[in-house]
Write a new protein. Structure first.
Length: 587
């Protein structure tokens, strides 16, 4: 089994993939893309297959007539587009899309499983890989990025992070450096969400060289592949809009940083002084040059990378739930995310203490630092949760490897059975789900939260969207920001905005239209050629409108104070929306 572990891992992946598809087939068949980014990803793929230019990533069915700029790359579009083209001749376009969005998220899961299996085999023992797979399956936040329909880029970035761990754990130095450098370059080509983790991986590679001069091969390979891979990623995948000096994607700003960092690291390997203190000084100087050059040449990027106005940050970006630190979330959400990173840190520490060779000691210290960094990131933003759980897998697997056998070898059968199960639940973090289920710390959701959840679900449902498709000819609908991406995926209509920071003007226009005076609405709607007004009562976004301006335009609509220039459009009785035709010919 040890010699064929890759085959067995792929077999386990196939079983997990089959279970996921069977369990969620109803959502797949309904094209139930639940996240705005998943919907927008599908629209990006549709544009590519319809002949939109490779380097043109504007979404022309939002923010008409000029369209909405998307800062992503085409890299993640490729497997989805390939699956659609494969299935299309046999199933037709609609079913091909459903199969593609169901299957595509499972590909990066295979990469993550293989990478974690390889890492734990190198760090612990050749036969430990099944434990790492089981531990990974218990990473609830991580696995949520791999379920069918989750086609946004986070799953691929996490898979590349798993490859980074594999490279750090690799005893073959040059191969390990190549792996870390290429994985970091690929992650940055996709997006900057894991930029801090890429920077930490680079720092770990450099510190290993500072400690051990023989690590020069790992550092050299890392520096060359980071610079070369980032350059290739920019040339092949950067959109036309990403040639501007922006801070939110792999633009010339970050490309120059990666090339400079890679070149300086390569230069350090040519010097490779014998003194550890000198190596530390050179590494610090290289880091200072990169940071100083970045601050001097790109001061606009020293603030938040999105580059949005204070108004948009206050009204929207600062209120995104995943951008809040973990301690500002409910116990039911925060506890399962935080438990495994803590266990992983402990496990890496124990493994380093018990290491029997210098190579494994250094590798476990590196993994421990990486896991500790990820845990600290949770105190900044909870969106680091999937990465923090993933990085905890090696440490948690090590604890399971040494603790569970102790119970299995006990002379009393109850201890062997119950003790081993309890020990594994504890060291894998799987017990967190039971704690949340049985310890009701947060209390039941409020009536308002329940109403918001119901409205969010109903208004984005396939049946409700099909109703809009049947009711109106192709039109431009002025509606909520968070409803825009779903609207254009499921209907033939156009929308105004989507929750993407480069869409600042359209987002603010929607907010101003709903929170301002009723007489100001038509002027804003006319700029986009909107023919209809569509609202979803109690949708999460509407609570923001009413909280900011209770007597604003939306607040009045909620009180059934409708101006004469809005002509009601009749919808079926069970419709979750309210719809009006906008009359520009009336005073």
């Amino acid at each position: 089994m040890t010699a064929r572990w890759v085959r067995w891992t792929l077999l386990a992946w196939a079983a997990i993939a089959g279970w996921y598809l069977w369990q969620r087939w109803g959502y797949v068949n309904a094209l139930g893309l639940g996240d705005t980014d998943d919907n927008m990803r599908l629209m990006q793929v549709r544009g590519l297959l319809a002949g939109q230019d490779w380097y043109d990533l504007r979404q022309y069915r939002l923010s008409p007539p000029d369209g909405l700029d998307i800062h992503w790359s085409r890299l993640v579009d490729l497997p989805i587009a390939a699956l659609i083209l494969i299935f299309k001749p046999f199933t037709g376009v609609a079913m091909a899309e459903r199969l593609a969005v169901g299957i595509a998220p499972l590909f990066p899961l295979a990469v993550a499983m293989l990478a974690m299996g390889a890492a734990t085999r190198r760090l612990i023992a050749p036969t430990v890989w099944p434990l790492s797979i089981i531990t990974l399956m218990g990473c609830t936040a991580t696995m949520a990025m791999y379920v069918p329909l989750r086609i946004d880029h986070h799953g691929w970035q996490l898979a590349l992070l798993a490859l980074t761990v594999m490279g750090i754990a690799d005893p073959r130095r040059t191969r390990g450096g190549l792996t870390v450098g290429l994985a970091s370059a690929g992650s940055l080509t996709i997006g900057l969400e894991l930029l801090p983790f890429c920077a930490m991986a680079g720092a770990i590679v450099a510190l290993r060289w500072v400690w051990d001069r023989d690590e020069v091969g790992r550092l050299r390979a890392y520096g060359l592949t980071l610079a070369g891979g980032s350059s290739a990623g920019f040339v092949v995948f950067a959109s036309n809009a990403n040639y501007a000096m922006r801070c939110d994607a792999l633009t010339p700003v970050w490309l120059s940083v990666m090339v400079a960092a890679g070149a300086l690291l390569f230069l350090l390997t040519l010097l490779n002084p014998a003194s550890r203190l000198v190596r530390l000084g050179l590494a610090a100087a290289a880091g200072g040059i990169v940071l100083g050059g970045f601050a001097g040449l790109f001061p606009q990027c020293l603030q938040r990378p999105e580059g949005v106005s204070d108004e948009l940050a206050e009204t929207w970006l600062n209120n995104v739930r995943e951008a809040r630190p973990i301690y500002k979330h409910t116990f039911a959400m925060a506890f399962p995310i935080a438990v495994l990173p803590v266990i992983g840190i402990i496990g890496a520490g124990v493994a380093a203490w018990r290491a029997r060779s210098a190579d494994r000691l250094v590798a476990w210290i590196a993994i421990g630092l990486f896991t500790l960094f990820a845990g600290a990131m949770l105190l900044w933003q909870v969106r680091a949760g999937p990465a923090a759980q993933l990085l905890a897998v090696p440490g948690a697997t090590y604890l399971a490897w040494i603790v569970v056998p102790w119970f299995l070898g006990h002379k009393w059968m109850p201890v062997r059975i119950l003790g081993s199960v309890a020990a594994f639940l504890l060291v894998s973090g799987l017990f967190a789900g039971f704690v949340v289920k049985w310890v009701k710390v947060d209390g039941p959701p409020s009536k308002m939260r329940a109403a918001v959840g119901k409205a969010n679900s109903r208004c984005a449902s396939a049946s409700a969207m099909r109703m809009l498709d049947r009711t109106l000819p192709p039109s431009t609908l002025f509606t909520h920001v968070d409803l825009g991406p779903r609207l254009i995926v499921m209907t033939h209509h156009k929308g105004i905005a989507g929750p993407y920071h480069r869409n600042e003007r359209a987002i603010l226009d929607v907010h101003h239209a709903f929170t301002g005076k009723p007489e100001a609405f038509r002027g804003i709607a006319r700029r986009y050629g909107a023919q209809y007004l569509l609202v979803c009562p109690n949708m999460a976004e509407t609570t923001v409108y009413r909280a900011r301006e209770p007597d604003g335009f939306y607040g009045q609509l909620a009180k059934h104070k409708v101006p004469d220039w809005l002509e009601p459009v009749e919808l079926p009785k069970n419709a979750p929306y309210r719809l009006w035709r906008i009359r520009y010919d009336l005073p």
